[in-house]
Write a protein that binds this ligand. Structure first.
Ligand SMILES: Cc1cc2nc3c(=O)[nH]c(=O)nc-3n(C[C@H](O)[C@H](O)[C@H](O)COP(=O)(O)OP(=O)(O)OC[C@H]3O[C@@H](n4cnc5c(N)ncnc54)[C@H](O)[C@@H]3O)c2cc1C
Length: 169
């Protein structure tokens, strides 16, 4: 089937095939992708599959559909405000309605950034009664040097990745 169809359609087709074959998985072939591209684009997948005894460059691998995004969550408006006074929700925990009933691929991180920005703008906007109270409690000096902050955030992420790697060694 066309694997670029919406995920629920692909998932339903995979489940149907699993039932027909009476198997707990289907096999995914990467044979149309050049070996070098597989190795350079998906090094972790290659390694993990090898650990499980599969060489993705030589044979199809068993796969099953899995949930990797939560649809639903706390209902918010277009500024990420919940129905509770002063409570905002952003990211996967929130439901802002932009995905409809079936999220399209690769737009959740974008959605999180857009709604985080809208949320921050509303919280800091002077029109809101909560704004002064909130902004008075923020130490704005932390946000003066954006380049330094970006470097700091990058290092936090890199450290976490290293920690995860060690955890799996
Ligand atoms: C395998 C996979 C592939 C994906 N691929 C893509 C993609 O290609 N493109 C895309 O746009 N999206 C993708 N997504 C979805 C995207 O990664 C998530 O929607 C996004 O990361 C959600 O961000 P978030 O900040 O809302 O939540 P999270 O990133 O889940 O952050 C929540 C954080 O809260 C912490 N936490 C939880 N409970 C507590 C607690 N009680 N106290 C303190 N901290 C807590 C967690 O440890 C976590 O760090 C993918 C997701 C998965 C799982």
């Amino acid at each position: 089937m066309d694997e670029l169809l919406p995920r629920d359609v692909v998932t339903a087709a995979i489940h149907k095939q699993m039932a027909e074959d009476d198997m707990p998985y289907v096999r995914l072939s990467l044979e149309r992708i050049p070996e070098e591209e597989i190795r350079s684009h998906f090094p972790n997948i290659c390694q993990r599959c090898l650990e499980e005894g599969y060489d993705v460059t030589k044979e199809p691998v068993p796969v099953v559909p899995a949930q990797h995004y939560f649809m639903g969550g706390i209902k918010v408006n277009l500024s990420s405000r919940t129905s509770m006074d002063r409570l905002y929700a952003v990211g996967e925990t929130s439901c802002n309605g932009v995905h409809g009933a079936n999220r399209l691929a690769s737009n959740s991180l974008l959605e999180s950034m857009v709604f985080a920005d809208r949320c921050a703008s509303e919280i800091t906007s002077s029109e809101l009664p909560v704004a002064k109270d909130v902004t008075d409690r923020v130490d704005w000096s932390l946000y003066q040097n954006l380049e330094q902050l970006k470097e700091q955030y990058k290092n936090i992420v890199l450290e976490e990745i290293e920690k995860e790697k060690k955890r799996h060694e």
